[in-house]
Design a protein around this ligand. Structure first.
Ligand code: ADP
Ligand code: MG
Length: 236
């Protein structure tokens, strides 16, 4: 079953066409990666799906986005959260001056079972439980990314959108994060992750799309996509 269906999507920032008619699907239960270099349109795509695009001066100018069988292109962002879409934004965007616990509570504002959700994310990232009363800004980069993901999970999403979770983190930390992403997926959450780094995303994904200057240039199962010369040349 298709959970997310993006069709011929165009997104503009004023006159700039950042996303130029991309189409892709995310099947329920899968981890799907959207890979591309800096400026390719990855963040813009996730903003269009979460609805936050209007908050940064962008606009969906063509195409459609369907989630769970419903057309959502005109649905406001907060309603999309309630429908089951959660974005973990680029650069984490945690609240540095709030505690770990307070960040999680903010993420769970739509949740009717706050205690259950806390339990779930603390089990996934035990370090966050240990540090729950610490100011979020005092966490390491890896812990801040864990907190950002945990906060995104507090709304109990059907679809988790991850914007470059590995950016700026040591390989060892990236391994821990991607193991957590696999676990999140195994426990029933569908994941769409965007990355510039090929290796990790490949080994943890069911399906891959490659985006270059606002267009999908390749797609397929990880092995298949990796072997394409064009993809190798583009992503290195
Ligand atoms: N808020 C914005 N206003 C204007 N242009 C933007 C904005 N955000 C991104 N862009 C432009 O849109 C294009 C795609 O950017 P982005 O989606 O951030 O790419 P990626 O996430 O793949 O690095 C780039 O040319 C970028 O400069
Ligand atoms: Mg980006």
């Amino acid at each position: 079953m298709t959970l997310l269906d993006v069709k011929e999507l165009f997104v503009n920032y004023g006159p700039l066409v950042a996303v130029q008619g991309i189409s892709f699907q995310v099947r329920k239960g899968q981890v799907v990666s959207l890979l591309g270099s800096n400026g390719a349109g990855k963040t813009t795509t996730l903003r269009a799906i979460s609805g936050t695009i209007t908050l940064v001066g962008g606009k969906v100018t063509g195409g459609s986005i369907s989630f769970d069988g419903q057309e959502i292109t005109k649905v406001p962002p907060h309603r999309r959260v309630r429908m089951g879409i959660s974005l973990v934004p680029e650069g984490r965007k945690i609240f540095h001056r709030l505690t770990v616990y307070e960040n999680l509570v903010v993420g769970g504002y739509t949740s009717k079972d706050l205690e259950d959700r806390l339990e779930f994310v603390y089990q996934l990232f035990p370090i966050l439980k240990e540090r729950r009363n610490q100011i979020a800004g005092s966490l390491s980069g890896g812990e801040q990314q864990m907190l950002a993901i945990a906060r995104g999970l507090m709304s109990n999403p059907k679809l988790l959108l991850l914007d470059e979770p590995s950016l700026g983190l040591a390989p060892r930390v990236v391994d821990v994060l991607y193991d957590a992403i696999s676990k999140i997926n195994e426990e029933g959450t569908t994941v769409l992750v965007v990355e510039q780094h090929v290796k990790k995303a490949l080994t943890h994904s069911h399906y891959i799309y490659v985006i270059q200057t606002g267009r999908i240039i390749a797609s397929g199962e990880p092995k298949e996509v990796l072997s394409m010369d064009m993809v190798k040349a583009y992503l290195g």
